[in-house]
Every structure is written in structure tokens, then in C-alpha cells.
Ligand binder design. Sequence first.
Ligand code: 17E
Ligand code: FE2
Length: 447
Amino acid sequence: MQIIVRGARLATEGGGTAPGTYDVECEGGRIARVLPADDQKEPPATGRVIEAHGALLTPPFVEPHIHLDTALTAGEPRWNASGTLWEGIACWSERKRTLTREDVVSRATEVLRWQAAQGVLHVRTHCDTTDPELTALDALLEVRDRVRDVLDLQVTAFPQEGVHSFPGGAELLAEAVARGVDAVGAIPHYEDTREDGVASLHTVFALAERHGLRIDAHCDETDDEQSRFVEVLAALALRSGLRDRVTASHTTAMGSYNGSYAHRLQGLLVRSGIGLVCNPFANLNLQGRFDDHPKRRGLTRVKELLGAGCPVAFGHDDVMDPWNPLGTGNPLQTVLAGVYAAQLTGPEEIDTAFSMVTDRAARVLGLGEGYGLVAGRPANFLLLPADSPFDAVRRQVAPRYVVSRGRVLAETPYAPARLYWPGEDPEPVDFVRRRDADSAHWRRLPF
Ligand code: 17E
Ligand code: FE2
């Protein structure tokens, strides 16, 4: 059925809202028209009309970095007691031996359903290829096909235990590529030697170039300020011409580099055009574990990279696995963590943080014309009961409607708390400031 949204505020690229309100009309699963709102116009006889009452219409959330193969395995067979990346990898290595295809399909699908219900319609997952059977890889490729009508899933072949330091690691990565992944990954800081780490990146670029794939490397996910593989990744991206088809994930060591080196590196990152993903939950949890006080935050230089014009996104990374025991896959929680961890607390910075799980993340994933509130593009969007991205982040609202391919895929009733303050009539509380309450017309959104 054709959907028409009337009278919505529009989220703009890069954060913020456009002046005025708009009508958005869909046809055949695509956005047909985006026009200034017109209440005089008769709604069409067929189709479903959603009166937005000034609520915020935004392109869907984009999850630029998640591990769907490891999701929902926390505590199996044991919990990550030290909280380090390295013990997490060891826990997962034990769990990996018991994987079946059904096990991975069912956990990955469950988390994708959680994400879809919360408005995530584009996901890039990593999938461990250091398994001689490639069980998880086959499972996630199957999931990618099964969910195709609802959301876009990119699968990255991720050699969790190394390309050159794991027996057969390079062959397994090549086999994963042959089975049809979207992107190739690496983990240079985990390889036995610096030389192995550099060699692994050359291997990955050779594969990506031969098969026309993107690259997304876990890179320098350590507090070791000597871990300097992102310069290699960026230089190869520049020289190969792959440029914005390359992503550097985590890059937490950048938070420990000296200013002189960081300055030089930043220039190379800008020239290379690569995107970066910061995963605040995982790295606030994993990093700093070998520090006494003062303890490092252990995140990449988000504010500086944004300031230099690099495409930077926020990812969730884990949902209930050895690297993060919590999580529901909610991108607004990721943003909230990122705002504090990266100190993006100015009003424009909070809008920017929202864009790091919407259009900035779309840019990192290379979604191009497959994303955005523009006529001709797929009719994928969210109606948020909020005035602005800032407001959505602060009040952590759930999307009233999630529209995918022109149909309502999920809805969350707008349900404020009810306060029975002594001596007063019961009152709804939704954390809108009393002085702004009269202008919050979206409170009239239908249930
Ligand atoms: N594997 C890894 O190397 N780093 C991570 N943050 C996760 C898995 C979640
Ligand atoms: Fe990761």
C-alpha cells in the first residue's frame, strides 16, 4: 500500500532539521515526491496517510559495525573475566568450536529483528573467517539473502585470529571472498609481528582489488601507542584508488598517539578519503584495562577526525557477547555513549552525533543513492516523536513508525509515563520541558 507522510519535519544531512514541514509520498517502494506540507491538499483515496504533526522524519538508522556471528553468546562457555579484547577473543574461540549454521542463523536473525524494530535498515556485519569450516560465514550469507526484502546487510570477512598468524588464515579469507562477501577485513594489531600485520593489509588489498570489494579492517584496537597500522591502511587506500571504499574500524590507539604523529596521520587520513568507525560501548569496556590511574578512555580521536572532515560513524559492535555483556542493538544508545565518550556535547555536536548513525554512517558504508529522503530513492525512513535529532538523542525516543520499502515494518506506540503526584491530577510525563510542551505537536501522533 502506498504511504503518504504529511506534515513532517525533515532531518537534514550532517545533523539538524530543515525549516518548515513536508509531505513525503511513496510509490512502488520508492519515494515519489518530497514537497512542502500542504494541509489544503486532499489526501489520496487509496493508500495509508500518516499525519506526522511536525514529528521528525529521518532516513533509517545505519549500523556500520556489528558482529552478528558472536551476538548473544555472552557467558558461553564462560564470561570474559578480565574484560580485555584478548580474553574476549579466547572466549569466542572456545564457543566457535560448537557453532552450527542454525545456531548462527537464529542468533543473527534475532538481533537483526531487534535492530529493525528500532529503525535500523542498513547493517554491516563482521564475520569471523578463522574457522576451517566457515560455518558462521555460510550462515550470515544465508541471513543476508533471507532479510533482503526488509533490510540491507553487508557481510565483511573478518579474520579474527589473524591472516598470517592463524594456520590457513589467508586461504580461509580467500575462500570467504569466493563464497560472496561484500567486504574484506583484517586485524593487523593481532598478528604476531608488525611485519605480519603489514603483510595482512597487502593481502587484503590484493583480494579486494581482484574481486571489486570494499575493505573494513579492525585496525589498531589496542592502547599500544606503537600500533600504527592505520597509516598503512590509509596509504594503501590512497595508492590503490580504493579510497572511500575503505573503512578503518576501532583505531583506538589513535587516542594514545603523541600530537606530532597524530597531526601527520590526520593529513594522510584526509587525503586517503577513508571512513572511520568508533564503537564507544566496546572500547570504553575493553580499553584501559592494562592502565592504572589515570585510565585512558581508549577511543579514537572522534572530534578531531570530524573537524578535519573525515567520514566518521558510530557502531554498536557487540550485542551480548564476550566483548559487551549488554545491548539491544539500539543506535540511539550508541549515540548517547558516543556523545559522552567523545565529548560531543555542544548542541551542533549532538546533532552531528545523530548523523553518525544516519547519513555519516551511510557514507562510510557507501550506500550512495540507496539512502536518503530524496525522490527516486527507496522508501525507507523513520518517524521519530521528537523535534530534532538533539531531542531524539536526549529523550532516547523509539521510532513511532519504521517504513521499509514503502511499507510499515515496525511501530512503537508513543507512551509517556503517568505521574500520580500527591494532590494533583494524573499527568503524562515524556520529558519534554513544560515550556516547550505546547509546541510539541507530534504528541498528537496516532497510536
Ligand atoms: N573482535 C575484535 O577483534 N574486536 C572487537 N571489538 C570485537 C570482536 C567485538
Ligand atoms: Fe568490531
